[in-house]
Design a protein around this ligand. Structure first.
Ligand SMILES: C=CC1=C(C)c2cc3[nH]c(cc4nc(cc5[nH]c(cc1n2)c(C)c5CCC(=O)O)C(CCC(=O)O)=C4C)c(C)c3C=C
Ligand SMILES: [Fe+2]
Length: 476
């Protein structure tokens, strides 16, 4: 049986009535329809190891084939698996094409004046504050309100790490290092950085890609695990651009949605952990404390975000790698940086630190796991807030694994990932706008009902200060 028909068989043998989050457990995935678009939109891209809120066309593969997926390719109209990394293919690409790699990231304020407008952009994102359709028109006023309320606390945090986010500087360094690593692997590519909430915005990167006449594009989010709130949000923005802009019609594009299970990433993380453990006086007794950025529980349980499953899988792959090197320390996974009044993924990092201190744990090594560069949540939240909390809670030895930043084994693996993605780049067909526009569905009655409900909600938000205080004081 060839691999395509084997996949099709696997697909048809999967239960279809499970919630998406259940279907994803312990499975590696490839699918072709990248975007959370409606079935009637004629839009197709090839993606790797991924998820989207459109649940059709999913191909499931058994766990043991996980690494084969990332390294090889057969393709048909609907599926594409990479079968081998062919350096001749890279050669022919360098001669005939102009390859672009778009790195997606969150972005951060360059200085303290940028903090409130940056927060506004973040909270105005419907993938960050997910309002029911009926209340969508409240998105911007709410974003304004929350960003103004939150800005003083955020400014204080950014002030404590030098007055701005280091994210753009580090992402630019990663882009430069990736370009060099690709050159070493005989691929010349132009690298672009597209931030979601601050300069250079994704839209700016896309303008540059057009000016440079890129003929093949690989899209690589700098988040190892997929979440609706991170990679998902940036991909949605791109989806909107691709749908509207004729330049992208027919342009071969490959989107890599998540890549946490790659050997190069897992081994690089294990190297950093192993090295940091040695800085403790009693390295065998240190508990490895993985701390991931949280998301609201509703993302996972209602919207089918695979983030939690991928995070748990990622941690077990790193632990497996450490064990194979004889490192047998105990470990935990917790979630940090919650915002607002809703339930977030548990256990919460701050609560677990206190609990472990009470249980008599004496040495903790914090491992930031959801992001590959230093940022406010490593430099301020972990290094300052959580360290202080740990020491107050009876932890005597505290350490933190640095972010991967430009670690050469990691960057080299990202370069391989880009090269492996090239054969899967597929032309984009433009959507038929007539079926995809939500505005068409509004009628005047719906509008009146929305305004009424919206006013009631706005009233509650404005006149219940405790609700707003939760945004102002929560731990991010
Ligand atoms: C995988 C990483 C991240 C997830 C998931 C994520 C979800 C998420 N974040 C917020 C709210 C805020 N995030 C903020 C900054 C921020 N968040 C991430 C990563 C993830 N966010 C990064 C890399 C950064 C930027 C850090 C920097 O160095 O500038 C902020 C602003 C910071 C502040 O102190 O206020 C907010 C707010 C939500 C609500 C969310 C999921 C719904
Ligand atoms: Fe965040």
């Amino acid at each position: 049986m060839d691999s395509i028909s084997m996949q099709t068989k696997l697909l048809s043998s999967q239960p279809t009535n499970l919630p998406i989050s259940h279907k994803f457990t312990n499975l590696s995935r490839i699918k072709t329809c990248a975007f959370p678009v409606r079935d009637d939109c004629s839009f197709k891209l090839v993606l790797h190891q991924n998820y989207s809120s459109a649940s059709h066309n999913l191909i499931y593969l058994p766990q043991r084939r996980r690494h084969a997926i990332a390294t090889n390719a057969h393709s048909s109209a609907d599926t594409c698996i990479i079968d081998k990394y062919d350096s001749d293919q890279v050669h022919s690409i360098t001669k005939q094409e102009r390859v672009g790699v778009l790195l997606l990231n969150l972005g951060g304020p360059d200085n303290l004046d940028d903090v409130q407008p940056f927060l506004y952009n973040l909270f105005a994102d419907p993938d960050i504050i997910r309002l029911p359709r009926l209340f969508k028109f409240l998105q911007k006023p709410l974003a304004k309100l929350i960003s103004v309320l939150r800005a003083p606390k955020s400014k204080e945090a950014y002030a404590s790490i030098g007055g701005g986010s280091p994210l753009l500087r580090i992402t630019n360094e990663q882009a430069e290092a990736l370009k060099k690593a690709l050159q070493e692997k005989k691929l010349h590519a132009d690298i672009y950085v597209g931030m979601r909430y601050w300069h250079p915005f994704t839209e700016e990167a896309i303008d540059q890609i057009k000016k440079d006449h890129i003929t093949k594009l690989v899209i690589l989010p700098l988040y190892p695990q997929f979440s609706i709130s991170t990679s998902g949000s940036s991909i949605r923005v791109l989806n909107d651009i691709f749908r509207e802009d004729g330049y992208f019609e027919g342009l071969p594009i490959s989107i890599i949605e998540s890549w946490y299970q790659r050997d190069g990433y897992i081994k690089s993380m294990a190297d950093l952990i192993q090295k940091e453990l040695l800085s403790f006086p009693n390295s065998d007794e240190v508990m490895i404390f993985f701390s991931a950025h949280g998301v609201p529980v509703s993302y996972v349980e209602e919207a089918g975000d695979p983030y939690k499953v991928q995070m748990e899988d990622c941690v077990s792959l790193i632990i497996h790698e450490l064990k194979s090197r004889g490192v047998k320390n105990s470990h935990v996974l917790a979630y940090q940086s919650r915002v607002g009044p809703v339930q977030w993924l548990k256990p919460y990092t701050d609560e677990l630190i206190v609990e472990l201190g009470q249980q008599g744990v004496k040495s903790l090594l914090a491992v930031p796991i959801s992001f590959v560069s230093e940022h406010i949540e490593t430099l301020e939240e972990i290094d300052m807030e959580y360290k202080e909390l740990a020491l107050e809670s009876g932890i005597e030895n505290w350490g933190r694994v640095p972010a991967l930043n430009c670690t050469s084994s990691f960057i080299s693996d990202l370069a391989s990932l880009v090269i492996e993605a090239l054969p899967t780049a597929t032309a984009v067909a433009r959507a038929r706008n007539n079926n995809c526009n939500d505005k068409d569905e509004l009628d005047i009655m719906q509008y009146v009902v929305k305004m009424l409900f919206g006013s009631v909600i706005a009233f509650f938000l404005l006149f219940f200060p405790r609700l707003l205080a939760l945004f102002r004081n929560s731990s991010l």
